[in-house]
Design a protein around this ligand. Structure first.
Ligand SMILES: NC(=O)c1ccc[n+]([C@@H]2O[C@H](COP(=O)([O-])OP(=O)(O)OC[C@H]3O[C@@H](n4cnc5c(N)ncnc54)[C@H](OP(=O)(O)O)[C@@H]3O)[C@@H](O)[C@H]2O)c1
Length: 335
């Protein structure tokens, strides 16, 4: 497995996204059995995939618990990224306890990487949160700090505070390329690794859905799709469904021509983008881990890379320049 560095932290270029872990009936991703989590985590480690991404908010802490259970006795083989919500002022008074609760759910006494999951628009509160987390880093409870969904202004706030960030976790895939305008170049310039989330656009880029109607509402709430008649969508716009599905069809055709599958091309394209440290892929079982891990070794020719860029250029130009997939304009949360 190829690796990359976030600061001095060595990570596999494929990260297992753990959002679905610990899910039950009615959760975003539906039920995921602990046996499947245990098996896929073991499979990942055996393949050299050492990086796992979870969050306080994933299944209300159950994702952390499921990952902690799977890593019981082998925690030192893994690099864990956890993400905290913005703490209120009251919570900030007990920041150490607040974060310690996450460590307890993970059954660990340190985090390799901790991030603010989404920035608040309250600049002062954001500053207080960044400073509190930096305090925990200095105490050794957290080895490295990153951020998630931070844009240029919020990255500048962290820079002005002198907070050493090793990563920015951002939505990035073949049909979600907004970070290429400003954020990715800035991260490259500052040596902040981009850990790219939703590399398969929640399954769409594997080619498993051929029409918007095939896609479950929860996975069709992004700015690509018409928000009308989808109670899960909050952006309110008509989307770009024809263009989006044309890219998916083109990707599948290109994959066939190359003798591979669409998901492999999507992940390989991402890993060929300068500044991207890893692809954070949500995995439901060991078979998906195997397939996604293999994508990291796929040698993409310059011609295919250029074809993929060309295939997605029109959609990129039409979509918003902000990488918030679910809210636009004043409501967008990445700033
Ligand atoms: N920081 C943030 O705000 C943020 C936001 C979103 C996600 N994330 C992180 O990024 C991770 C990845 O994002 P995501 O899970 O939303 O989307 P994703 O990685 O693009 O898609 C994951 C889903 O695609 C399907 N899949 C995975 N591998 C497959 C394969 N080889 N063949 C066919 N289908 C496959 C699985 O669902 P099915 O098998 O059920 O179809 C899986 O749950 C998350 O788990 C989370 O850790 C972070």
């Amino acid at each position: 497995m190829k690796t990359a560095y976030l600061g001095d932290l060595e990570i596999s270029r494929i990260c297992v996204g753990c959002w679905s872990f610990g899910g039950g009936e009615g959760s975003y991703w539906g039920p995921q059995a602990q046996e499947d989590v245990d098996a896929l985590v073991r499979e990942a480690l055996d393949l050299g995939v050492n990086f796992f991404d979870t969050a306080f908010g994933y299944n209300a802490g159950e994702s952390e618990r499921a990952l902690g259970h799977a890593l019981c006795g082998i925690r030192q083989r893994a690099v864990i990224c956890d993400k905290t919500p913005i703490m209120t002022r009251e919570q900030l008074e007990h920041a150490e306890d607040f974060i310690k609760a996450g460590l307890d759910r993970l059954e660990t006494d340190y985090l390799d990487l901790l991030m603010i999951h989404w920035p608040t628009k309250d600049r002062e509160l954001l500053i207080e949160n960044l400073q509190a987390l930096d305090g925990l880093r200095k105490k050794g409870m957290v080895k490295h700090l990153g951020v998630s969904n931070f844009g240029v202004e919020t990255l500048n706030i962290a820079r002005d505070l002198g907070i050493p960030l090793v990563a920015d976790e951002l939505a990035y895939n073949l049909i979600t390329r907004a970070i290429e305008y400003e954020i990715l170049p800035l991260c490259r310039e500052r040596g902040i690794g981009v850990t790219a989330y939703m590399p398969l656009m929640q399954g769409l880029l594997t080619g498993k859905y051929r029409t918007p109607a095939d896609i479950p509402d929860m996975r069709r709430r992004s700015v690509h799709f018409n928000a009308a008649n989808n109670p899960q969508a909050r952006h309110g716009g008509p989307g770009f469904e024809t263009e989006t599905m044309a890219v998916v069809a083109g990707l599948c055709a290109l994959a066939e021509k190359c003798g591979t599958d669409a998901g492999t091309l999507a992940i390989a394209w991402l890993l060929h983008q300068p500044g991207v440290a890893c692809a954070m892929v949500g995995c439901r079982n060991a078979a998906q881990v195997r397939q996604n891990a293999a994508s990291a070794g796929y040698a993409l020719s310059p011609d295919v890379l250029a074809e993929l860029d060309a295939l997605t250029a029109d959609l990129k130009a039409k979509l918003p320049r902000c990488p918030d997939l679910f809210l636009t304009g004043e409501k967008a949360r990445v700033w």
